[in-house]
Design a protein around this ligand. Structure first.
Ligand SMILES: Cc1cc2nc3c(=O)[nH]c(=O)nc-3n(C[C@H](O)[C@H](O)[C@H](O)COP(=O)(O)OP(=O)(O)OC[C@H]3O[C@@H](n4cnc5c(N)ncnc54)[C@H](O)[C@@H]3O)c2cc1C
Length: 512
């Protein structure tokens, strides 16, 4: 056993973990509950060889200046923590376009452009009269407005009240499933249209309606604009990690936490792969549900009757991303260059990521290496693609680090590329598209993540679990943070919210 006791041990090098460490080491702690005569000893343990967790921004081969976002790819300008952090770190950003009038929808074997939703005869769904001529976004907003009149104008404080007290047909919203509710106010054809042309399946599943409704509204709100970090979203946690280390923090890679226990004297004993047991005054578990479940079965803390029922209150949702690199942006032949196209084929969402700024073909600016996210999918579609992956393929358990370009870990097998190519041809209605020169994919169902995002289950009072999760047992200095048990699931913002809840509410660390 090492003699030195770590003041704060953080396990998990995703954005919530590094952010917590950096904030602790750079804040004025004089009025906090962590005051000490000596500088705080804060150490972060990460099982893989990198910082970032579900933020992975890779350099596609031979394509300088373009990042392939295999994980989170954008933030909303109305998300104060992430937007403020990006600004504080001085990271350059740009708008992240999602849809324009020319974007393609290929559903039920028919092509239409975004602008054509206004023409009901072009939309191959037998929706009700009052649902005709509307985009998927408009359909969902109108359904929500019927369920909770005035929902779009509620303040965050009013939302807390609605979540706890609003009833629909005599039942609290948190007792109802989002799908069940939508079924009462939307035709089933409109629901299918929103699912097919909205691009996501898991966000439309039967998750906790009290959480799903404000979650949808924050995305579709009138003031919401998407932006991204030019150097890649991964540069957010990486830059935070650099500053954490500069402020005296330590990061240990290849360090998987197996289990931990609380000693009689209140210190936490950590068992980390390949190390003698370590002692910490505080332990922060900055990880999602699946990672918690992968800790040793006999971890007493997780078996405690006040903790055990909290863990399965959320459901992880796998998602899949596939990137293809081409010598030129062939999709311009189909009249699209920005944002995304959507289909009910297994590729689901196609995002045009752009062309390198200075390609070799300087005499013809159209001939520049170009990147497309050929598939962004979830729900039942993930299985289509993972069925084509090599057995045992994993991009997450990589230690020790190797000198190989990171992209190589993500390389696609030929059958996966062939399926994607065929579907891209169909979506863009083109006889010919060129062969890609490189291809990479990521399956977010793999361990230790178990999913790209997590959703609150029905019958859970999420606002209560969120609060409990930060410190499930009052007499034990173990904290659980991260996107999974947050009020903004699926977003970096959610991960940061839980980190701030720990820093401010449990430790009394103010924001500067
Ligand atoms: C496909 C996809 C698309 C997304 N899109 C967006 C988006 O556009 N915008 C947005 O804001 N967010 C998006 N997100 C969500 C965002 O990426 C996450 O909310 C955020 O990165 C989660 O951070 P975290 O710290 O909670 O957890 P994670 O990033 O999951 O970090 C957990 C860390 O813990 C480590 N770990 C796990 N178990 C152990 C152990 N036993 N010992 C040591 N280390 C361990 C893991 O290796 C990992 O590094 C997306 C995510 C995905 C996957």
């Amino acid at each position: 056993m090492s003699d030195a006791v770590i003041d704060v041990a953080i396990v998990g090098g995703g954005v919530s973990g590094v952010y917590t460490g950096w904030r602790l080491l750079t804040a004025d702690l004089s009025h906090s509950r962590l005051t000490s005569d000596k500088p705080l000893n804060v150490q972060l343990f990460e099982l893989s060889d990198r910082i970032g967790g579900r933020l992975v921004s890779l350099d596609p081969p031979e394509m300088p200046g373009i990042k392939a976002e295999f994980g989170g790819m954008r933030y909303l300008t109305n998300q104060p923590l992430v937007a403020g952090l990006v600004e504080q770190l001085g990271l350059a950003t740009r708008p992240f376009p999602v849809s324009g009038p020319e974007n393609i929808y290929y559903v039920r074997g028919q092509h239409l452009r975004q602008a054509e939703f206004a023409n009901p005869d072009k939309v191959p769904y037998r929706v009700r009269w009052q649902e005709r001529g509307k985009t998927p976004g408009q359909l969902i907003m109108e359904a929500i407005d019927v369920l909770i009149p005035g929902a779009t104008k509620l303040t965050p404080a009013q939302w807390l009240d609605v979540k706890a007290n609003y009833k629909f047909n005599g039942r609290f919203l948190w007792e109802l499933g989002f799908w069940n509710l939508l079924h009462q106010v939307m035709s089933s054809e409109a629901y299918k249209l929103v699912m097919d042309a909205g691009g996501y399946n898991t966000t439309m599943t039967n998750w906790n309606a009290a959480e799903a409704i404000p979650w949808y509204l924050s995305d579709f709100g009138p003031e919401a604009q998407y932006r991204t970090v030019i150097d890649g979203m991964e540069s957010v946690p990486r830059t935070v990690a650099e500053r954490f280390v500069a402020a005296g923090g330590q990061i240990h890679f290849g360090s998987r936490l197996n289990t931990f226990s609380r000693r009689e004297d209140g210190l936490i004993e950590l068992q980390i792969d390949g190390r003698s047991p370590l002692l910490a005054r505080h332990l922060v578990l900055a990880m999602p549900r699946r990672s918690l479940e992968l800790l040793d079965d006999d971890t007493q803390f997780l078996l405690h009757p006040d903790v055990k029922p909290l863990i399965p209150t959320v459901t992880p949702h796998p998602m899949f991303k596939l990137f293809l690199c081409y010598r030129y942006a062939w999709w311009q032949d189909a009249g699209v260059n920005n944002g995304r196209s959507v289909t009910d084929l297994p590729v689901r969402q196609v995002y045009y990521f752009g062309s390198e700024a200075d390609g070799p073909a300087v005499f013809n600016p159209e001939l520049r290496d170009s990147l497309v996210m050929a598939s962004y999918d979830d729900g039942p579609f993930v299985g289509f693609w993972t069925g084509l992956a090599e057995q045992g393929h994993s991009t997450t358990h990589c230690f020790p680090p190797s000198d190989e370009p990171r992209w190589n870990r993500y390389a696609c097998p030929p059958a996966m590329v062939a399926h994607a190519q065929r579907q891209l041809q169909l979506v863009h209605d083109l006889e010919y598209i060129p062969e890609p020169y490189a291809a990479g994919f990521q399956d977010w169902g793999q361990d230790p993540f178990g999913g790209a995002w997590n959703s609150w289950n029905i019958h859970v009072k999420a606002w209560e679990v969120q609060e409990k999760m930060v410190q499930p047992l009052a007499d034990t200095a173990v904290y659980i943070i991260g996107e999974a048990y947050s009020g903004s699931q699926g977003w970096i913002e959610g991960a940061l919210e839980t980190a701030e809840a720990l820093l401010q509410q449990k430790w009394g660390v103010k924001r500067g």
